[in-house]
Design a protein around this ligand. Structure first.
Ligand code: ARG
Length: 288
């Protein structure tokens, strides 16, 4: 039976652009809280309409980026590897994420102090293979440790454009052999690795990358993104996917979109549709 998608979200009661830790953030361009709430509720509703379950973390005053639950940690089954944020501005979130996972019965793993790791924002499963992004926010050492803790193969990719500072801003697997990506966000070697490992890469152009088109959620046969991504929509429809857009501009002001606002708690996303699984079991894994 198809596993239900389950996401962790956090209502945007205290969301805002209160500091600048990525090139999208400009304190002069503050977010409108009424609109942000409307957009967040619409996204949540959309996920539920697509059959997903949504759990919520209580918002906390003074932690405006807590809405971006993708950065809470990385979940595999009942295990979570907690995030340790590089920007000091986000470090106060760590204890709230930890408490939520503890209260919900997860086995908690913590990386050594001083090792930065920003959760599912920088670590995306395709079946048993974990693609990770490093340099901007997460450390490559963290990714080696993830492989040991979660007993999975890790493919680290270097991120080179500060606008695409987390892997989930420029890369999103949608099926066993298909991924959305914005290649200029990776160094030449990383590009070659991705090209060698994933058969069908849907390129996102500069204009739509800036709408954070790659920051997509795959749920119930649909791919959910911010609005204003028609080229990506066409590519997805050509491949038999439904593309659903929902306005998330208030969150773009902080450098986040659909995927950043959700943390996958089940393995459905990207997992059941394994990029490498079949190739590997057939002994024909494509190597970079
Ligand atoms: N303002 C947040 C930050 O810079 C946005 C985080 C977006 N999250 C993500 N998974 N890409 O950390």
């Amino acid at each position: 039976m198809r596993q239900l998608s389950h996401f962790l979200m956090c209502p945007p009661d205290h969301y805002g652009v209160e500091y600048e830790i990525n090139p999208w953030m400009d304190r002069r361009r503050s977010a409108r809280s009424d609109l942000a709430l409307q957009q967040w509720l619409a996204l949540r509703h959309l996920l539920e309409e697509h059959g997903a379950k949504v759990s919520c973390l209580a918002p906390v005053a003074g932690l405006p980026d807590l809405v971006f639950t993708a950065n809470a940690g990385l979940v595999k089954r009942n295990m979570v590897v907690l995030a340790q944020f590089r920007p000091v501005e986000r470090r106060g979130e760590e204890e709230h994420f930890r408490r939520w996972f503890a209260e919900h019965g997860f086995r908690i793993h913590t990386l050594p102090r001083g090792t930065f790791f920003e959760g599912a924002g920088d670590a995306i499963f395709c079946g048993d293979v974990l693609f990770t992004g490093y340099r901007m926010r997460s450390d490559i050492v963290a990714h080696r440790l993830l492989g040991e803790l979660l007993k999975c193969r890790v493919i680290p990719l270097e991120l080179v454009d500060p606008r695409y500072y987390h892997l989930d801003t420029c890369f999103c697997p949608v099926s066993r052999d298909t991924a959305i990506w914005h290649s200029p966000a990776f160094d030449a070697y990383g590009q070659r690795v991705v090209e060698a490992m994933i058969k069908d890469l849907i390129p996102v152009d500069e204009g739509e990358a800036r709408r954070l088109a790659c920051n997509a959620i795959v749920v119930g046969g649909s791919v959910v993104t911010n609005c204003g991504c028609p080229n990506l929509g066409r590519e997805l429809r050509d491949r038999g996917w439904q593309h659903v857009e929902t306005p998330l501009d208030e969150f773009l002001k902080a450098g986040g979109s659909a995927r950043c606002l959700t943390l996958p708690l089940s393995e459905e996303q990207g997992a059941e549709r394994n990029v490498l699984g079949d190739a590997m079991s057939a002994g024909g894994c494509r190597q970079p």
